[in-house]
Ligand binder design. Structure first.
Ligand code: DAT
Ligand code: MG
Length: 159
């Protein structure tokens, strides 16, 4: 069971919320067999936006990115499962939707780098998932529970 409990941070960005894509995005992770352990619909303030994207603060697009992510509500989530960070990133696609293959979230739902529908923790940056979950969620906002379908998703999970 222990190797099925990696957690990762995911967010439907303001463009995805406005386009009515929260349900579509949630469905993809549910269908994959991942477990939702936290979720909140919220308006991001400038301080959180700057902290979340801190490593990009020297980039020329940083101010525009902060403006975009604070321009409307987002849906922030934590998903749990085996190798969740890397698996979610592979479902998300490339940073630019125009370069993301069909079948990925950005490749199916977007066309523009600046409006790429979703954020997900980077699996190549050590500990990014843990840092982002800590930044966005309090411990008591994450729910520990058993998912009855887990034994059908994972061969080595007990019924
Ligand atoms: P990702 O969201 O795929 O993890 P990232 O962490 O490199 O990509 O960048 C964060 C966001 O910044 C990305 O979702 C969209 C925006 N962005 C990245 N590179 C950009 C660029 N060259 N021009 C404009 N926006 C960019
Ligand atoms: Mg990133």
């Amino acid at each position: 069971m222990s190797h099925h409990d990696e957690r990762t941070f995911v967010m439907v960005k303001p463009d995805g919320v406005q386009r009515g894509l929260i349900g579509e995005v949630v469905s993809r992770f549910e269908d994959r067999g991942l477990k939702l352990v936290g979720g909140k619909f919220m308006q991001v303030d400038e301080e959180l936006a700057r902290e979340h994207y801190a490593e990009l603060s020297e980039q020329p697009f940083f101010e525009g990115l902060v403006e975009f992510i604070t321009s409307g509500p987002v849906f922030a989530m934590v998903w749990e499962g085996a190798d969740a960070t890397a698996q979610v990133r592979s479902m998300v696609g490339e940073t630019d939707p125009a370069e993301s293959p069909p079948g990925t979230i950005r490749g199916d739902l977007g066309l523009d780098l600046g409006h790429n529908v979703i954020h997900a923790s980077d699996h190549e940056e050590e500990g990014a998932n843990v840092r982002e979950i800590d930044l966005w969620f309090d411990d008591d906002e994450l729910v520990d529970y058993g998912l009855d379908t887990a034994a059908w998703v994972y061969e080595d999970e007990d019924h």
